[in-house]
Design a protein around this ligand. Structure first.
Ligand code: Q9C
Ligand code: ZN
Length: 342
């Protein structure tokens, strides 16, 4: 299995994030990608490829042009305003405030395009996020060219980013961009199975009214954990997409027993839908030692996940999402890939 990765993805290097009422060390950090890359090499999963630049067009198929302009131009405007540190929004357009045109001031624009205050925007976020999207696109191209599977070692992650907002350490929705690109290349049906601990609100919202991209999510119950405002069991799609979104919110403390049951149900839906390509939004923050999550999967469980996904027999694109127990991230991530290949 080919892995795609670019050193440009390391340029987004936040120092601190806002968490639990204080500034704490950022957890979505460059070493995450390096440790996964090193383990891919050590266990001989396959060759490493550098992403090719797909330009702006495939990004605009998922994100709005004004949002992309905001991300691209942000750091120039931020420093122009005299700011030097990583950026956080402080006013968000919540209920009863007006959905005005994007504010002229940089702090207003930040709030307009963010949905949480926990995601630092940095000097090199755009550079890293576009490299991450190109990584997913390049891996998708390998599938188009006949590979059975590919691994997009994406960082920063993507599944919390929607058409016009960022959050949850995500800026460009790598999995959604790859899914849409595959559709545009003629792949008729794509399914996205999101197994990150957190609900993939961005991915769900992007495809919510469509039947050509099925979106399945297994995650912590949003009544109990982030992102709180999407990912409940009754969200099953709308309009033409009715019945093409499914959610399995699971209680805090879920271990393999509870997890495997949800995975089995998700696989049943995939069997019925029978996608031409399966995209796996691969978060490893379901791990028992993850510092920000509360599931209890162990490292061997990731071998089982990989093996179960392989049994679906579909061309499969793995796209890295979260996972913050950095020391075990390489092991757990490559366990999925190895379980798939075995
Ligand atoms: N006290 C992904 O896994 N909330 N994003 C952290 C920590 C944000 C996770 C709060 C979690 C976002 C891609
Ligand atoms: Zn996550």
């Amino acid at each position: 299995m080919k892995t795609v990765f670019s050193l440009a993805q390391l340029a987004h290097a936040p120092e601190l994030e806002i968490s639990d009422g204080q500034l704490t060390p950022a957890v979505e950090i460059p070493s995450r990608a390096e440790i996964v890359r090193d383990e891919v090499i050590r266990r001989r999963i396959g060759p490493l490829w550098t992403p090719q630049d797909f330009g702006r067009a495939p990004l605009e198929r998922v994100h709005t042009p004004d949002y992309l302009d905001f991300l691209e131009g942000f750091w120039g405007r931020w420093t122009e305003a005299g700011r030097t540190r990583d950026a956080f929004p402080y006013v968000l357009p919540v209920r009863q405030l007006r959905p005005t045109p994007t504010p002229l001031a940089i702090d207003g624009a930040l709030g307009r395009y963010a949905f949480d205050t926990g995601t630092p925007l940095t000097a090199h976020t755009w550079e890293a996020a576009t490299a991450s999207a190109n990584t997913a696109l390049t891996a998708a191209r390998f599938l188009r060219e006949g590979d059975r599977a590919a691994f997009a070692l994406c960082r920063p992650p993507g599944h919390h980013a929607a058409a016009d907002y960022y959050g949850g350490y995500c800026f460009l929705n790598n999995a959604a961009i790859a899914a849409q690109w595959l559709r545009d290349q003629g792949t008729a049906r794509v399914a996205i199975l999101d197994i990150d601990y957190h609900h993939g609100n961005g991915t769900q919202s992007i495809f919510y009214d469509r039947s050509d991209v099925m979106v399945l999510n297994i995650h912590a119950d949003p009544r109990q954990d982030y992102p709180f405002f999407l990912g409940h069991a009754d969200e099953t799609g709308e309009k033409a997409g009715t019945g093409y979104t499914h959610n399995w919110p699971l209680p805090l403390g879920t271990d393999w027993t509870g997890y495997a049951a949800a995975l089995e149900e998700a696989c049943r839906w995939l069997g019925v839908y029978s996608p031409d390509v399966l995209i796996v939004s691969l978060g490893l923050d379901t791990y028992e030692a993850d510092p920000i999550s509360k599931f209890r999967l162990v490292s061997d469980d990731y071998l089982r996940i990989g093996a179960r996904l392989a049994r679906l027999g579909k061309p499969t694109l793995f796209v890295l999402e979260g996972g913050y127990a950095v020391d075990a991230l390489g092991l757990n991530c490559v366990n999925v890939l190895e379980g798939f290949l075995a």
